[in-house]
Design a binder for this molecule. Sequence first.
Ligand code: MN
Length: 213
Amino acid sequence: MVHTLPTLDYSFDALEPWIDTATMEIHYSKHHQAYIDNLNKALVDFPAEAEKPIEKLLSNLEAVPEKIRTAVRNHGGGHYNHSLFWKVMTGDTKLRIYEDKNLRIIEEINKVFGDMEKFREQFGAAAMGRFGSGWAWLVADGSGQLSVVSTANQDTPLSEGKKPLLGLDVWEHAYYLKYQNRRKDYVDAWWNVVNWTEVERQYLTLSQPHPPQ
Ligand code: MN
């Protein structure tokens, strides 16, 4: 298979004023596309790996031939992480609101972290504590237990046996045009565009039987 850029469900300006149009356009059309191009390039001479879904490659990097392992980790990780990132944001204000819905993920977050504010604090600390480039995540482990983690570069929680449900890109390319060095302002603003309906969907797929590989 040739990996391709997933469709964006909203326009580049849909996340304004929190995520600016120029950043969205460059981030999606240039940065994400570059990860995909480099991933495809790495897989050219590896037909068996090229057949596998990206989740499968990243879930077991040790099984990926050494020659392309770093490329799959970096560019494959970049492809997977950004694909989720676009999905967990939305321009549709109805999907951003969770207070009027009975979402299981919110119930679970309240149970594990105390309340949404404490969860946001912990997640924000992971985003701010990541030195250099990386991501902050809400993940579920194999038994469905939620936690907040952070990864460096384009490393993905999948490689640590965890399923990402919500991820925030804290590479400078994700916020520099609008926020420059003010990462915290970006992190705080980002909560306004989170698609909680999609996070719920990601959470509910955990309990579904895995499709045959
Ligand atoms: Mn990015």
